[in-house]
Design a protein around this ligand. Structure first.
Ligand code: GAP
Length: 533
């Protein structure tokens, strides 16, 4: 991906995802269900490609460690519903909650840490001799966005009375100064409750009888399944500390305010790895995994300037964590600020200690060489697979102006809000790296009503489809077929034209440069293999 473009609005992206079959609203024909999404034919392909990259980087071909030694990481697929004692011991029954506030007038519910009161202060003294302060309530994930959204909500009259560029301060319901009104975004009046904690775990019942004994939970993270199987893995797979166990799977959280498309949903997928190490080496491994994970995100084609680390302050650490750093991405809805993509946590020996006590099973590791027994420390890189899909979609999206036939030159980035220049037309193109693209190659006959072109194009389609996800299309004008493939991010289109019938060559069109090169059919597979990597 060659230039930064994360200004696409979520409305635009959501609509493209629906139009082209990446992501649909869940249960749409019944009016949907808030916080749930379905991945369509292209979305599941994209998600699986990201998943496979992670699994390869963790389990199949893990990196060399800081000392140049190959790392040992094994895979796991544990069940979604576990013995409910798991969640008592892990601290989730007691402490896995978000602060929420309710609007007494509208019954709307908000995350207290995302419900802002923004106050604008005028530099000029007002009629009564004091500086005007006007408060507006909004929902937002980031402070800068809250201030901008509140500024847009001001009426012309209010803007006038505040003067140009009034200073603004913003507080969430968690740190609102004493005496300030708890303004609701729905009413703009003091109608919000004080923040209260709300447990995020979905409950269910196992078996025929519904009572407290049969109550269970859908897992809110994949990590605990790893801790429960830590001893099984040590006893059966010959791993030695330090080693890792990796798992990808569904997780469920009854989020107070699922928002921003697939960024925060109630059902999502996680990719988590628990790295078990000696306590004396835990800091070394924390630093190692922090750097490794950033390298991995960059290897998916994400611009480094859209990624950053953010260390957690002591007061925001989760109940299990000694230290945590987030990998953050500059999402269109947080820009210019960043939002979480992955957390890398130093969990100490919290989880193994808790499960050892609660289960009364010895979980200590026996070091064969020294005979020492200890509970390993854990470093945990934990990321969201579905959130990664959103990041890759945002990062890939481009609007470009492309020269019409007869005009020289290649595509150029469209300038937002500007009309398409004379001689150009606009296109939307998803610039996925080939390894992530849902479809790798599309094959077209130039015209569908010339059987000799169709027969040859289908031969080529049959030749390529065992090697790559290949799409055959003969419907409509060739230009429209190219545009459709641009919008779903297919890196290469192969076209059979009249020359192909004479000399057994085809054109390969490059999605990004739109350049076409002629290639003999008997070299096509080699050329595509080189380009697709
Ligand atoms: N085991 C640690 C853990 O679960 P987390 O920070 O709560 O840590 C890890 O979650 C990652 O899972 C997040 O960085 C995010 O990418 C993803 N995630 C968490 N909640 C999510 C949600 N409601 N929707 C989508 N992804 C979510």
């Amino acid at each position: 991906m060659n230039s930064t473009n994360n200004t696409v609005s979520l409305e635009t992206l959501t609509s493209l995802c629906k139009r082209r079959g990446f992501v649909f609203q869940s249960s749409e024909i019944y009016g949907g269900i808030n916080g749930f999404w379905d991945y369509g034919p292209l979305g599941i392909q994209l998600k699986n490609n990201i998943r496979d990259e992670w699994w390869k980087a963790m389990v199949e071909c893990p990196p060399l460690g800081p000392d140049g030694d190959p790392l040992q990481i094994v895979g796991l697929d544990s069940s979604i519903i576990q013995n409910p004692q798991t969640w008592v011991a892990s601290g989730h029954v007691g402490g896995f909650s978000d602060p929420m506030v309710d609007c007494k007038a509208t019954k709307n519910r908000y995350r207290a840490d995302q419900c802002w009161v923004v106050a604008f202060e005028s530099s000029e003294a007002g009629e009564e001799g004091h500086h005007l302060r006007l408060e507006v309530a909004v929902e937002a994930d980031a402070k800068e966005v809250a201030i901008e959204t509140a500024r847009e909500k001001l009426s012309k009259k209010e803007k006038k009375s505040l003067g140009d560029n009034p200073a603004a301060v913003a507080y969430t319901q968690m740190d609102l100064p004493d005496g300030w009104p708890r303004l609701s975004p729905a009413t703009q009046e003091n109608t919000l409750t004080e923040p209260r904690e709300f447990n995020l775990m979905f409950e269910t019942y196992v078996g025929a009888i519904k009572n407290d004994e049969s109550k269970a939970y859908l897992r809110p993270e994949t990590a605990q399944g790893i801790f429960l199987n830590y001893k099984n893995v040590v006893d059966t797979s010959r791993v030695k500390v330090p080693f890792g166990i990796a798992q990808i799977g569904k997780a469920f959280r009854n989020e107070v305010t699922p928002r921003n498309f697939i960024f925060r949903s109630r059902e999502f997928e996680q990719m988590e790895m628990e790295w078990f190490c000696h306590p004396d080496e835990s800091q070394k491994w924390f630093n190692f995994w922090k750097e490794e994970r950033m390298k991995w995100w960059e290897s998916l084609g994400i611009e480094p300037e859209n990624l950053r680390f953010r260390d957690h302050d002591a007061d925001e650490l989760a109940h299990y964590s000694n230290a945590c750093v987030d990998v953050e991405y500059r999402y269109p809805f947080t820009a210019p600020d960043f939002g979480e993509l992955e957390g890398i946590a130093h969990r100490g020996c919290f989880d193994l200690t808790q499960h050892q006590e609660a289960s009364r099973q010895k979980l200590e590791y026996l070091e064969a060489e020294t005979g020492n027994r200890y509970l390993p420390n854990v470093i945990e890189p934990a990321s969201g697979l579905t959130r990664a899909v959103l990041v890759i979609l945002c990062e890939a999206y481009r609007e470009e102006w492309v020269p019409k036939d007869g005009v020289e030159g290649g595509p150029i980035a469209a300038e937002p809000g500007q009309p398409t220049p004379e001689g150009y037309e606009s296109r939307v193109v998803m610039k996925f790296l080939p390894k992530l693209a849902p479809v790798k190659v599309a094959v077209f006959p130039l015209l569908k009503n010339r059987p000799e072109l169709v027969v040859k194009a289908r031969e080529i389609y049959y030749m390529l489809r065992p090697k790559w996800t290949t799409f055959y299309d003969q419907a409509g004008a060739i230009g429209r077929r190219y545009r459709r493939q641009d919008e779903v991010g297919t890196p290469y289109c192969v076209t059979v034209d009249f020359d192909s019938l004479q000399d057994d060559t085809v054109t390969i069109r490059d999605r990004d440069t739109m350049e076409q090169v002629r290639v003999p059919i008997n070299e096509l597979e080699t050329v595509l293999a080189e380009r697709l990597g």
